[in-house]
Design a protein around this ligand. Structure first.
Ligand code: FMC
Length: 238
């Protein structure tokens, strides 16, 4: 039998952690187009002496912004095809390696996502594991369930399951980042800006490319505002 009180001691440690000011944030972003405005805004510098295994395309930018140590990781370009390494496999690997190397207090997975016309929702998809009511209110963002799958388009089966589970936005990395964050017990939040209406009239890929630049600007703004809000606060204040 477990010694009496073990559970409550564990809870106390978690509570203490939540009351310390957040000092280190890890931002995980899948696409270079999404990452660069944030890198420039926060004046992050590329790490030339990589903390990652030799030869992987993963890129880390880092710097101090206000009272925060910020690391932004991007899985880089696929070495064969030269395109951004989007999707769950690279997102989970780079998140795992970055947590191990950098020990962040909080993870922000930022990126674009598709939405559904029936819901017309735009904004933040937060996991039940970490809620940020004050941040949502302050930034005037919407909370919704995020569904992740390794494709931009959607099959009828996937759509049915997304609707049945009340998801309102769909991306290609969020659940992977959430899985690793949960595995290693690091709180994670998800900031998603909508590029396309998955069940709308326009072909998804076309709409995605058409809106990418404008939506990336909105994403940059939301992430910067979130970082400003997080600065000087502890987890329990989010
Ligand atoms: N479906 C899935 N993913 C996305 C999407 C949609 N309708 N719009 N935007 C995205 C995100 C994914 O998370 C990828 O990183 C990238 O944009 C698409 O290659």
């Amino acid at each position: 039998m477990a010694p009496h009180g073990e559970g409550s001691e564990e809870a106390m440690v978690v509570q203490d952690e939540n009351r310390k000011p957040i000092s280190s944030i890890l931002i995980v972003i899948a696409m270079q187009t999404e990452a660069m405005p944030i890198v420039n805004k926060l004046q992050l510098k590329e790490d030339l002496d990589s903390v990652f295994p030799k030869g992987v395309p993963w890129v880390r930018y880092h710097g101090v912004y206000k009272d925060l140590h910020i690391n932004l990781v991007w899985p880089g370009k696929d070495s064969t095809l030269g395109v951004d390494s989007v999707g769950t496999v690279s997102a989970s690997l780079v998140t795992y390696a970055a947590i191990q190397a950098l020990q962040p207090d909080l993870i922000i997975n930022a990126g674009t996502a598709g939405s559904f016309k029936v819901f017309d929702l735009y904004g933040v998809g937060s996991r039940q594991s970490f809620s940020t009511p004050n941040l949502l209110k302050e930034l005037n963002l919407k909370a919704g369930k995020l569904s992740t799958g390794d494709s931009l388009d959607i099959s009828p089966q996937e759509e049915a399951s997304i609707v049945a589970n009340d998801a309102t936005v769909k991306d290609m990395e969020g659940a992977a980042v959430a899985y690793v964050a949960d595995l290693l017990k690091v709180p994670a939040i998800f900031i998603k800006a909508v590029t396309d209406i998955v069940d709308g009239d326009k072909p998804t890929a076309e709409e995605f490319l058409q809106n990418l630049a404008a939506v990336t600007a909105a994403l940059d703004q939301a992430v910067t505002q979130a970082v400003d809000f997080i600065n000087g606060k502890c987890l329990s204040e989010l």
